[in-house]
Design a protein around this ligand. Sequence first.
Ligand code: FEO
Length: 163
Amino acid sequence: MMISKKIQDEFNAQIGEEMFSAHLYLSMSAWFESVNLRGFANWMRVQAGEESAHAMKFFGFICERGGRVELGAVAKHQAEWKTPLEAFEAAFAHEQHITSRIDSLMTLAVSEKDYASQSFLKWFVDEQVEEEAHADEIVQKLKMTGGATGGLYIIDRELAGRK
Ligand code: FEO
């Protein structure tokens, strides 16, 4: 069954959301580099790579279902944050936004009785649980440090290990 126009449009919009996520996290990575927190910068760069992979999953699925991929512009986003905590709180809030997007795509796929799209989206439903948990874990750790330099450097060293 070919993908419906409505789902195609929404999935194309989701490619844009995922590419926006990639840009946002790359921008955060650049900011972390600028304040010499290279472990945080590494974590964000790896995260940006995952977001590009998410976009490509939607890209591939639309093509497989006989749809047409249409790319829009990626909106401009914030480039500076006051603290690592502020950046990670923004990342966490962004992931909550993405979760609500995925949920509404699932609602649409259910209402259209598009089972292939539901199966495809199931991966993203599970992924968003992890995405939110990972961002929130770092928010909580940063809160524990209370902004103290020592704690910040320990977390920075830890995040340098993400591949
Ligand atoms: Fe593509 Fe971070 O969700």
